[in-house]
Design a binder for this molecule. Sequence first.
Ligand code: ADP
Ligand code: MG
Length: 385
Amino acid sequence: MAFAWNWKLNWLEIGIDMKIRVLVIFGGRSGEHEVSLMSARSIIDNLDSAKYEIYSLGITHAGVWLTGEAVLDAFVNQRYTALKQAVLLPNPGHAGLFIIENSPSQEVLKTVSSIDVVFPVIHGTNGEDGILQGYLEMCGIPYVGAGVLGSAVGMDKGVFKNVMQANGIPVLENIVIMRADLKDNMNAVIDQAEKVSPYPLFVKPANMGSSVGVSKCHNRSDLLEGLHEAARFDTRILVERGIEAREIEVSILGNQETTASVPGEVVPSREFYSYEAKYVDEASRLIIPAPLEPAQAQLIQSLALRAYQAVDAKGMARVDFLMDKHTGEIYLSEINTIPGFTKISMYPKLWQASGLPYTALLDRLIGLALERKQERDQLEWKYSA
Ligand SMILES: Nc1ncnc2c1ncn2[C@@H]1O[C@H](COP(=O)(O)OP(=O)(O)O)[C@@H](O)[C@H]1O
Ligand SMILES: [Mg+2]
């Protein structure tokens, strides 16, 4: 088995004509389901068809795995009936994509294809948080991006910020509140939240993205509303000091050896970079490269690389910063281990501006996934003295 990956990796590097079977997984049980469909469209359209045989698997909001003809179109149009239920088996002897066929007396599994590498394009819960990654580990299939640890730590804004603080990386003051305490202990929750800093406070689900469930709270009544809004999406809620900020983002690529792109800047069309500002208005602007002093750009790049290593990210991530408009102070805000991936998304655009075009970026990511699997295959899973 290890041999096969080895060869594929070499083929990819030297360009021998042997297609790599890539399974793109999208949708998912996540508030960012629709964003995932946009990212997946762009990835599927730009994977080099001379190098890859592309398979698609969509996961519905209800968690049903589906494949078949034009899966992505079916998901975009929410017409699932022509699709087939699909599985990846966690049995190393049966690595690959199967469909479940119904006959009158029983359900049988039919092989669709072996899969050499998965490109998980599910943002947010159940896709970017280590849950899907854990399943792919069980299946023994290489996949693009961070493993279980990097995904999980990168996803939870509370744990992530603790890890940053432990590594001396500046973050804004924050606390995590448990959803159960909103019911049982609201007065204590408000007390704790208001101790974080004077208003404005930002309230967000700890495990989410695309600004789903994020509120800027100017007073106590906003805070109450914000807490309940965030509690729709997670049992863990982050309350954080709000600042007037420039938003700077850096793309990182690599496993052991990592590179940072030029930083870019987002200028949101609204009071903050909300879901509407990201996907509805189409009026937010990206400035690439971000207008920064060289020393500031270098500091941001080096903090981003340190954050990436600290959480054990692999393959790719976009690291986001908030820069205080008044003091110039830089705070690391979050890491996105499955960043937005449309052609106009910051992650690929920053690489484009740093000399790595979109299609070549996809090649690099697949190469890194195969390389990581190869390294894990060298571990011993059985102890003998
Ligand atoms: N502490 C903060 N101070 C100022 N703006 C913030 C703060 N936290 C979040 N924001 C704004 O809200 C947006 C979304 O918050 P973020 O933490 O990045 O969550 P998400 O993972 O959903 O993108 C940010 O891009 C920024 O515009
Ligand atoms: Mg963000």
